[in-house]
Design a protein around this ligand. Sequence first.
Ligand SMILES: [Zn+2]
Length: 499
Amino acid sequence: MSVATVASRALAGIDAPEVTVEVHLGPGLPAFHIVGLPDAEVREARDRVRAALNHTRFEFPARRITVNLAPAELPKDSSRFDLPIALGILAASGQLALEPFVGHEFAGELSLTGELRPVRGALAMALSARQVGRAFVLPYDNAPQAALAEGARIFPARTLLEVVAHLAGEVPLEQFSAEARAGSPLYPDFVDVKGQQQVKRALEVAAAGAHSVLMIGPPGTGKSMLAARFPGILPQMSEVEALEVAAIHSVSNSGFDVQRWRERPFRAPHHSASGPALVGGGNLPRPGEISLAHQGVLFLDELPEFDRDVLEALREPMESGRVSIARAARQAQFPARFQFLAAMNPCPCGHCGDRAGRCRCTPERIARYRGRISGPLADRIDIKLEVPAPREAELVAPVAGESSDAIKKRVEKAREAQMRRQGKPNALLGTREIDRHCATDREGDQLLRHALARLLLSARAYHRVLRVARSIADLAGNTAIAAEHIAEAIQYRRLDASF
Ligand SMILES: [Zn+2]
């Protein structure tokens, strides 16, 4: 009996655990079995591999072929194994030497004529191959994404024949190197936003400390326009963060767009989004919106219109920065460290509080509307803001707003101070870390205690005020938190009483 083993990788969440493809050729009637894949997928894989081998110059062995994918319990999004299975058959039947396989990993779907088609999760696989020091042979279309793993040895191929020629030492594949990736991400710029000084200030504070924000204002005040500009003032992503983002997107249905490398994601799902769409799910678990927003922004417009259970499902990931999805026997974990941004109208009709008195909503209706956002969720939002209708004078004023780049510079400086002091943004400070890093002066302390009593703030809210005040002090370049910083942070909790 002849045996060949070929290294490949499965996809579990954003990890790419190793899979060994073993091919046995034995005596007996010609047959082709694949162990370790669901039946329906086995049939398709067999057809593709057989056709691809027959179409090229190789012989499909008329023997008893058994392919075993180990370990057995991994999820196997199966078409990726076409290439390693075909190579294993060639090696086991003596049409290709086995030694060149050492130090290589393979993945790729085969067309019936032997061309290589792209597979999902190329970056995740490349990162894992790099870790064990193996070269990675994969379809050409996957190369730009795989090459984002700097230092990985990527050998893209267009056909099965090219891979065989490489392994046989006839025509080596060329190692792929990523071209210099240029370009700063393109978000709309705050320079176009006239007026709304207080809102812009609050968003700057939120960006500096990674705080969550809820904007409340009538329709037409530009809440979503402001939100869309928010990622443009967030600090530059590190390479590690960018790789995480790319890895998550590369296993999603829409895939990862290499053009968006190092761009912070901005996700704005519609309020009709289902639980699985938002938090993730599926038989082969896929990341949901909260994971696609990892290291970026999750913006929920018309917050009270979202299904209440869906909103409640956000609470846990908002604290932990990750989400676990369990489906039958399969479980996957995805990171979900997103910055939460939300917007809502002040009342069902949207005009509560306006000067023209257009609102006819009863206090009960307004209370019910706001009550759709549970207390615990509202409590977790650091900054709550009123976004007023802009005054006419502001709209016609010829002065442009400040540019996103100018704001971003201040934000980055404040964030650097946080990383030096405590290794994380202020929003993520634990209770004990707050004691250590958020000391206030006497006047600030008195102000805070007074506000707690007057606004009936919870203990949780007390800590949130301190975290936000820390960010305000960091923007000001202050080591200590002063009364004025506390005062501004309290402003952002004024609306707490209406939830
Ligand atoms: Zn109303």
